[in-house]
Write a protein that binds this ligand. Sequence first.
Ligand code: GAR
Length: 201
Amino acid sequence: MVHRRNKFRLGILVSGRGSNLQALIDASKKKEIDAEVVVVISNNPKAFALERAKKHKIPAIAPPDQSEKAFINILKQYDVDLVCLAGFMKILSPAFLKAFPKKIINIHPALLPAFPGLQAQKQAFDYGVKVTGVTVHFVDEGCDTGPIILQSPVVVQEDDTLGSLTERLLKEEHKSYPKAIQLLATERLKIAGRRVIQRKK
Ligand code: GAR
């Protein structure tokens, strides 16, 4: 008999504030996603994200051994179904990707392939685009280059500052990340080359 879990187990990698982590914890508590955050791991012991996790009694770990192997071991120990990067500011090696094939996703604050890398909001604002947005994508060996799961546009207003635009983007991130995770948790996605195809319900 095939054993099906009733909830998808999420391992979240963070480096900082953790507002996306919070959005995922909240979505799980409100049962908006069939998934739960089972462990949070940081490469920065001072990350506020760790406090957020602890507040919800979720194991929050900043391993003293910062090797990828240590991260992989923890994620395996918690038997995660999906690894979600949420403001995790480190590129993962091919060995890490191999440990979780097609099971690592990231959220990026721009409409990829435009403005990959750091400070995407500022890159887009300084460029003068009229529309930017957020992207949730699978992680591959490149920097923000993996197959795209979903994108949501955010219009740049005439009177936007970098701060106001960043704030609207973040609100959109908090909606998009749970949405993408729900598609994965309910097994509605298929990767076909660069394309991620949604099966009908
Ligand atoms: C978010 O805007 C996320 O998209 C971005 O870092 C911020 C983390 O905020 N990630 C990247 O730029 C990755 N390239 P949070 O810690 O409050 O979730």
